[in-house]
Design a protein around this ligand. Structure first.
Ligand SMILES: [Zn+2]
Length: 143
C-alpha cells in the first residue's frame, strides 16, 4: 500500500530516532494510544515527548477509545497523489478531549456526515526500510 506522508505524524519511527516509537508498536497491535504527561496528566494528539503545559518530558501511554464522532471531513477528488484510489477522505474525529486528524477509509463519501460515529482502524502503509510492516491510524464509518 502506498505511503502518504502528509498524514503521518512521525516519519521517523525507530527507537534510535524517537522516544515515541512505541506508538507504532501499539498501532500494529491494534491499539490507539497517545501520550499522557506524568507531571500534569495532560494528553495530546499527536503524541508528544514534551509537555507544552508543564514542561515535563516524562509520559505514559494512554489508550484512546476506538469509537468517536466525526467532527469534520473533506473529500479530495482531484490532485490525488499517484498510487492512491480516488477519492481520498480526511477527517477530524473527536475522541474524548482530543481531535484527531486522519484518513477516513473503507467508507463511501456520500454516507459521511458530521456527528456520525466512526471507529479506529489501523491502516497498513509501506513497509519500513527493513521490511517491517508499518501502520498509521485511520477511521471508518461505524456500520
Ligand atoms: Zn504536563
Amino acid at each position: 500500500m502506498t505511503y502518504f506522508r502528509a498524514v503521518d505524524p512521525f516519519p521517523l519511527e525507530s527507537p534510535e530516532q524517537t522516544k515515541l516509537h512505541e506508538f507504532y508498536e501499539y498501532l500494529a497491535a491494534g491499539r490507539l494510544v497517545t501520550t499522557a504527561c506524568r507531571g500534569c496528566r495532560r494528553r495530546d494528539w499527536p503524541p508528544r515527548g514534551f509537555c507544552p503545559e508543564c514542561g515535563s518530558d516524562q509520559f505514559d501511554w494512554s489508550d484512546l477509545p476506538h469509537e468517536g464522532l466525526l467532527h469534520a471531513f473533506t473529500v479530495q477528488e482531484t490532485g490525488v497523489p499517484a498510487g492512491f484510489d480516488k477519492p481520498l477522505i480526511f477527517g477530524i474525529t473527536r475522541l474524548d478531549e482530543l481531535r484527531i486528524f486522519t484518513r477516513i477509509i473503507e467508507t463511501e463519501p456520500a454516507e459521511l456526515a458530521v456527528g456520525k460515529r466512526v471507529q479506529f482502524t489501523p491502516l497498513r502503509v509501506t513497509d519500513d526500510h527493513e521490511g517491517k510492516p508499518r501502520y498509521l491510524p485511520a477511521f471508518k464509518l461505524v456500520e
